[in-house]
Ligand binder design. Structure first.
Ligand code: NIG
Ligand code: FE
Length: 401
């Protein structure tokens, strides 16, 4: 039993009014990790946390990350500074394939240690639920190993991890010149093996020129769906390949990136109810300027979530508060839209909004006590993360008192 008192401002999406709401001067009661009362009577026998009149928000739901790798690729960052593009670096043997051999050679415990440290960082910055993809193993055993690591980290760490199989991240070097061979391996061996182990909820494909085309992506995701893996797509990141339209056609839960999405793709997504997960950190980290057309997506009636896309190549950013800064600056989102996108809509994009993504009675007590007074100060602080406490499942997991 935990009681949060003296909350100056509670800012959360409310699923009854379907709006981001701000409530001044309230309290929250938590029993067995669940929110049981907001603004109710204080119960004196409870353990209390005095929020000192500060801001409370839900913990962030980061709906798109790639945390299962060994080392960073800062050498590629330097190459980009010298003018070489992400795509050119990949053609020269860098990119996703440059992360594969280390993952293949790592023991499960070595990978586990890397991932757990990354989860410590995520939760310190207020992320209480995250989606995590495999995708740096790219053979059956290494992909299964990556997903097993996520499963074990999920059990051992306070953060909640929702796993995605991303075997279709790139064509691994041993299938150079034989992409159909890898495609067959994915559909005939890897997807059935992942499904059999029950260690992934979603299946993702990097649908992009030089990776997987629309036709192959369609078959991979349809195969995955037959094995009860819910489809989602890395769509139209660098070029418009029609991936947003494919997301609509096959009923993917989300299309992610969308920096190069076409007007037709937006229409198709809106008609089919596909959510957009926008990753402005990637555009920023690549030194690019073509941010996804967030306003157009919102005006078309599409639900927009924000996520980090944390990975060793195109976005080495773990901070959702910084992603909110970028969304306000470059995606033209208001702070209320950005806060909703980083919590509630992220949860919807992972099908976990019944339990997390907002501070409401009956939901998990996953929340942030900020050393701030208003949500506006989150993007304003830009690189510092003024968090006082993080509460996950009703437990105090980060305490900077
Ligand atoms: O989402 N686009 C595909 N995958 C990652 C990049 C992964 C990497 O470069 O290692 C992304 O940007
Ligand atoms: Fe990604």
């Amino acid at each position: 039993m935990l009681n949060l008192t003296n909350i100056g401002l509670l800012a959360t999406y409310n699923s009854n009014t379907c709006a981001l709401e701000r409530t001044h001067d309230c309290t929250i009661n938590i029993d067995d990790g669940i929110i049981t009362d907001i603004n109710g009577a204080d119960v004196s026998r409870r353990k209390s946390i005095d929020c000192k009149g500060k801001l409370i928000t839900p913990g962030f739901v980061d709906a798109h990350t790639h945390p299962v790798f060994v080392d960073g690729r800062e050498n590629e960052f330097m190459k980009r500074l010298a003018g070489v593009s992400y795509q050119e670096i990949a053609k020269q043997g860098g990119g996703i394939n440059a992360s594969i051999s280390a993952v293949r050679n790592a023991t499960e415990i070595e990978l586990y240690d890397r991932v757990i440290k990354r989860m410590d960082k995520f939760i310190e910055m207020g992320t209480t639920t995250l989606e995590a993809k495999s995708g740096y193993g790219l053979d059956t055993e290494s992909e299964l190993k990556s997903l097993r690591v996520l499963d074990r980290v999920n059990s051992a760490h306070a953060i909640d991890i929702v796993s995605t199989f991303l075997g279709a991240h790139a064509i691994p070097p041993e299938f150079n010149g034989d992409p159909k061979g890898y495609f067959t391996l994915l559909c005939k061996e890897m997807i059935p093996a992942v499904a059999e182990q029950g260690i992934a909820k979603f299946c993702d494909v990097f649908c992009e020129e030089g990776y997987f085309n629309v036709n192959d992506s369609r078959i991979i995701l349809q195969t995955a769906a037959r094995y009860n893996l819910i489809p989602r797509i890395h769509a139209d990141e660098f070029t418009d390949s029609g991936a947003a339209g494919l997301a609509a056609e096959i009923g993917a839960i989300s299309a992610d990136h969308l920096m190069a999405v076409s007007d037709q793709g937006i229409k198709d997504m809106a008609n089919a109810g596909v959510m957009a997960i926008l990753l402005p950190g990637t555009t920023f980290f690549l030194g690019d300027h073509s941010y996804a057309p967030a306003r157009k997506l919102i005006n078309a009636g599409i639900d927009v979530a924000l996520a980090t896309d944390f990975n060793p190549g195109s976005c080495h950013i773990q901070s959702m508060p910084f992603i909110i800064s970028l969304a306000c600056l470059y995606l033209d989102l208001t702070i209320d839209e950005a806060l909703k996108a980083a919590t509630w809509t992220g949860a919807c994009a992972l099908n976990v909004e019944e339990n997390v993504g907002s501070i409401e009675v009956g939901k998990k007590a996953d929340l942030i006590i900020w050393d701030l007074d208003t949500p506006e100060e989150i993007p304003y602080n830009m690189t510092s993360v003024p968090i006082q406490n993080v509460i996950k499942n009703g437990n105090l997991v980060i305490s900077l008192d």
